[in-house]
Ligand binder design. Structure first.
Ligand code: ATR
Length: 473
């Protein structure tokens, strides 16, 4: 028929787009229009999923005509140029009040730029972070939409219908205007990097400290997953460590090349945090650890460098493993504390009204960093939304208090044994930094005044001071 049938459309029928479209179609009340630049993919999706009742379009005009007003379409195409190309086409066939959603992994500053340009046409543009990979797209992702309040009226119920559910609540919230959603998705990915790095360091410490096999360490992680560390990443770590290679029979983790890849969102987080002046040292170390791992020539050349000459062994295995668990938990608290500091700073810089507790809530299911622990974060912000650092919330303060001695022992062990633990160590250094009564920053100010007359402030009176240094002549 000629009357528009669909209440939501998806552009891009590659894996993410088709999975999201199937998710949408599976929810009561949704009829989904689909479009792909080349029709083959649309045809394949139609053939493979007749149950979805998709409304296919072979060009942008047809696609627009198949959507009820205000039209809403989610773009799931190759990030960057693909996204810009589709926006250009949709703007031609959509009308003021309609909604274009970019569900890809866009850099939030690109989203701010696109939103501004699209808004001039009267059309709404929503950058939405969608986490959870292919599986999440199909069965329920964590969704972080930005954009206007007007677009949320139409989009909210649709996104709520497909999002993951945590304790009865959909894992989606209107994060804030323009690029806020993609900004928060970026920070999510940065936290994911440090979460993974910390788990990697814990594994390395236990493996080298106790000589346990990957399968035995899998049991330790499975056990940890029943406590305060309970999370998707801890759960899959146990599974990865338990896996044997079909070809060689060896633990798969021993056969996988130890060079970590990255798609760049961790680096974006660190670059953004540098600009905002927020120390996300855990995320930075996690990104750098991946870079270090993937320089084979350098590592081969450096492999003869000396390390500790005596082996540092662990005398009480069980106590050591418990220390590592506590150090991991404390470091994880610092990682999230830093990540939320970046969210606060971003919100301030870009004028977003971001509810920190709601962000923790929508990360409880659907996404890679999903964890029990996120309930503690939303509780902390609900009790005190102006917390100056997450680690200062009573629950987390108690947790680090209970963990700090173990944390220090683990870092000492790592240093003595020559095991690299950049994320454990830098998290502890950050913790000691923010709690320090006096920092050597005073000396740095002295140095700056010495060589550059940069001036300094005093602790005992107001004003700006410069010393006529004896060497400054
Ligand atoms: P995947 O989900 O497999 O990683 P991707 O590389 O992120 O996919 O995106 C591929 C999708 O982006 C495809 O649907 C592609 O359309 P085609 O099937 O016609 O190649 C779409 N895409 C890429 N560039 C595009 C453009 N300039 N305009 C429209 N769609 C584009």
């Amino acid at each position: 028929s000629d009357s528009p049938q669909a209440n939501i459309g998806v552009v891009g029928m590659a894996v993410m787009g088709s999975n999201l479209a199937r998710n949408l179609a599976s929810r009561e009340g949704n009829t989904v229009a689909i479009f792909n630049r080349s029709y083959e993919k649309t045809q394949t999706v139609l053939d493979e999923h007749p149950e979805a009742g998709f409304v296919p379009a072979s060009n942008y005009e047809e696609f627009a005509a198949s959507l009820q007003k205000p039209r809403a379409a989610i773009i799931m195409v190759q990030a960057g140029r693909g996204t810009d190309a589709v926006i250009d086409e949709l703007v031609k066939v959509f009308e003021p009040g309609d909604i274009i959603v970019d569900g890809g992994n866009a850099l939030f500053t690109d989203t701010i730029r696109r939103e501004k340009a699209v808004r001039e046409t009267g059309i709404n543009f929503v950058g939405a972070g969608i986490s959870g990979g292919e599986e999440g797209a199909l069965n329920g992702p964590s969704i972080m939409p930005g954009g206007s309040d007007e677009s949320w009226v139409t989009l909210g119920p649709i996104l709520e219908s497909i999002a993951a559910v945590a304790e009865g609540e959909p894992c989606v919230t209107h994060v804030g205007h323009d690029g806020a959603g993609h900004f928060v998705k970026m920070i999510h990915n940065g936290i994911e990097y440090v979460d993974m790095q910390l788990i990697g360091e814990a594994y390395d410490l236990i493996r080298r400290g106790t000589g346990k096999s990957p399968a035995e360490i899998a049991d330790i992680f499975a056990e940890w997953n029943t406590g305060e560390l309970e999370s998707y990443l801890i759960e899959i770590t146990a599974e990865v460590l338990r896996q044997n290679d079909a070809e060689t029979g060896k633990p798969l983790v021993d056969v996988i090349l130890d060079a970590a890849g990255a798609k760049g969102t961790g680096a974006w987080t660190v670059q953004t945090a540098l600009d905002l002046g927020i120390p996300v040292s855990g995320i930075a170390e996690a990104v750098f650890a991946r870079s270090l791992s993937s320089k084979p020539a350098q590592r081969a050349g450096a492999s003869s460098l000396p390390g500790p000459s005596t082996t540092v062994s662990v005398d009480d295995e069980a106590a050591f493993i418990e220390d590592v668990r506590r150090a991991l938990y404390a470091s994880k608290i610092i990682a999230y504390s830093q990540g939320f500091d970046a969210i606060v700073a971003g919100a301030e810089q870009y004028g977003w009204d971001i509810k920190k507790g709601d962000i923790a809530k929508i990360w409880r299911a659907g996404c890679i960093i999903r964890a029990q622990f996120l309930n503690r974060i939303s509780d902390a912000y609900e009790e005190d939304s102006s917390l100056v650092a997450l680690v200062l919330a009573p629950y987390f303060r108690d947790a680090v208090e209970g963990a700090q001695e173990a944390w220090r022992r683990v870092v000492v062990h790592a240093v003595q044994a020559g095991i690299p633990t950049p994320a454990f160590s830098s998290s502890l250094a950050y913790y000691d930094g923010i709690r320090a009564d006096r920092l050597p920053a005073a000396l740095i100010q002295g140095q700056r005044d010495f060589f550059g007359a940069h001036t300094y402030k005093r602790i005992d009176k107001d004003g700006t001071f410069h010393t006529l240094w004896s060497g400054d002549r």
